[in-house]
Every structure is written in structure tokens, then in C-alpha cells.
Design a protein around this ligand. Structure first.
Ligand code: AAT
Length: 278
């Protein structure tokens, strides 16, 4: 017998993965939380029938979310991750010894609890520098002006509680929550299937921050496999990794290198078209 899980990635496009076992399924106050053991991707976290991360490809996404801003910042000490309840981005953030405090603001406590149990290799919650807040990321930043060097939004797609994370009011609150020289990154979906969203996020960041850019990476389980990250800073050039820093740390990364960092900002024309002109 073959059992398959299918995600409707768009109204007209689906991805299916062969399932060995359903390890967990529950309805939290916010969403349906499921963990599947799949043949191709290993264990997979699925929220409201949307694939969030898998053992096989999580490094590609989590490394690019964390290391681009942390290596672009001259001295990242205080970092906030919004969403990201599986712990993958937090784990990568904590590989930086400059980081003194890494906060995670996740709206759904059950995502953290389920991920701790079924995806232990993503778990960095027990690091003494880590602190988890079960809260809406929007309120969390609104209440903390001038606090963070880096803020990373590892959110679900823009539906439900994640909608406002893609809006200008939130971007203004992020600007205020960053310290001078701070860097903001947010996953911004597919340049094939979410063109209006990327345009909107880029235009919004441009009205709030002096420096904005877009970079890309590959994540096979996300729609189209080609994924974008929107970045904005209060000064630093996000395209330039701190010289020698990655080499000095001897980070055993599997996707990120300083060359990949620089290359990720080189955009194919159909992607560059999504940036605000001028
Ligand atoms: N590391 C990849 C996993 C995720 S999970 C995104 C998390 O964002 C979810 O656990 C969800 O509960 C949380 N979330 C959503 N809205 C908010 C909010 N307003 N405040 C705090 N947390 C929130 C990302 C996968 C990306 C999928 C792309 N297709």
C-alpha cells in the first residue's frame, strides 16, 4: 500500500510525498500540527496542510535565514526570531559566538513542543542564551524599541496570524526594535508563484529602511523550490559578509558559504523585476 501526503501549493499546483507513518497530528488553538515520516524527506513538520520544514532540506532554508544577516552584521549580540517554532533558525543563530541573547517569539506553543519531541536535531532551546516567548511576534517587537541587532521572521505563509508580518506597520515596528546598524530578514516566498507579495514586501521595506535587498536560495519542499528572502538594514550592506568571519568560526555549514552569500544577491532578471525601481 502507498500512502501519500499532498499539499496544495497553489490552487493549481500540488506536491505529494510518500508517507511511511503519521507520527503526530493534533489541532492546536492556532492550527493543525502534524509530523509525518516521509520516504524522500525524512520527518516533516506540516501546519494546516502546508509543509514547514523537513529533515532532508531544513539546512538549506535555516542556514540562509540566519547566516546572511548574522555575517553581514558587524557584531550581532541580540537576535530575535519570529515564528520558527521548530528551532532551526535559532540553532543556526546560536552557532555565532558573538550572540549573547537569542529570543524566539512563536505564537503557537504546541509547534515548539511537538518539534522538540520529533525533530530534536533542530532543537537549540536548551542553550542558556536562548529564550522562548509564546507570543505574537508583532506585539513582541512593538514592546521592545531599540533592543535587537538582528530580527528574522521565519513565518508561515501570509494567512491567519502571519498576514500582518508582511505589512508596513510591522516593518515600522521592526525598524524601531532594531538598534542602530540592525538587520532585518523575512522569508518572502516564491518568485514564480508569489510575485505580488514579494513586490509588496520590497516596496514596504523601501518606505521604512535606508537599505533593502532581496536574496534567494533553494528549498525543495517549498512551492517552486526557488525561495526568496527580503532583507532591510539600518545601514550595513547585507550583501557583504564580514571578512574572514565564517572561516574563523570553522562553521560546518552545508549550504551557506561567504561565496554563496554574495551569489545569493545576484538575481535573475525575472526576480530583479520585483524590486522597486530607483
Ligand atoms: N523553519 C520553518 C518553519 C516555519 S514555521 C512558521 C511559524 O510561524 C509557525 O510555527 C507559526 O505558528 C508561526 N507564526 C505565524 N504567525 C506568527 C506570529 N504572528 N507571531 C509569531 N509566530 C507566528 C516557516 C515555514 C515557511 C513556509 C513557507 N512555505
Amino acid at each position: 500500500m502507498q500512502v501519500w501526503f499532498t499539499e496544495d501549493q497553489t490552487a493549481n499546483l500540488r506536491i505529494s510525498v510518500r508517507v511511511r507513518q503519521v507520527l503526530h497530528c493534533e489541532r492546536s488553538p492556532f492550527q493543525e500540527v502534524m509530523v509525518l515520516d516521509t520516504v524522500e524527506f525524512g520527518r516533516m513538520l506540516v501546519l494546516d496542510d502546508v509543509i514547514q520544514t523537513s529533515q532532508r532540506d531544513e539546512f538549506a532554508y535555516h542556514e540562509m535565514m540566519a547566516h546572511v544577516p548574522l555575517f553581514a552584521h558587524p557584531d550581532p549580540r541580540r537576535v530575535l526570531v519570529i515564528g520558527g517554532g521548530d528551532g532551526g533558525v535559532l540553532r543556526e543563530v546560536l552557532r555565532h559566538p558573538t550572540v549573547e541573547e537569542a529570543h524566539l517569539a512563536e505564537i503557537d506553543r504546541r509547534v515548539v513542543e511537538v518539534a522538540r519531541r520529533y525533530l530534536p536535531e533542530l532543537n537549540a532551546f536548551d542553550d542558556p542564551r536562548a529564550r522562548v516567548f509564546f507570543a505574537d511576534g508583532i506585539r513582541h517587537v512593538e514592546e521592545r524599541p531599540d533592543t535587537y541587532d538582528v530580527i528574522i521572521v521565519d513565518s508561515t505563509d501570509p494567512v491567519g496570524p502571519a498576514v500582518a508580518l508582511f505589512g508596513t506597520d510591522f516593518h515600522r515596528a521592526v525598524f524601531r526594535a532594531l538598534r542602530p546598524g540592525g538587520i532585518f530578514v523575512q522569508q518572502s516566498e516564491s518568485p514564480f508563484f508569489n510575485r505580488d507579495l514579494i513586490r509588496r514586501v520590497q516596496a514596504s521595506l523601501r518606505t521604512v529602511f535606508p537599505v533593502t535587498a532581496l536574496y534567494w536560495g533553494v528549498v525543495p519542499t517549498y512551492p517552486g523550490g526557488l525561495w526568496t528572502y527580503s532583507v532591510a538594514t539600518r545601514g550595513p550592506d547585507p550583501r557583504a559578509p564580514r571578512a574572514g568571519a565564517w572561516e574563523a568560526l570553522r562553521l560546518a555549514t552545508r549550504y551557506y558559504t561567504p561565496e554563496v552569500h554574495r551569489a545569493a544577491f545576484v538575481l535573475p532578471p525575472f526576480v530583479a523585476d520585483l524590486l522597486p525601481s530607483g
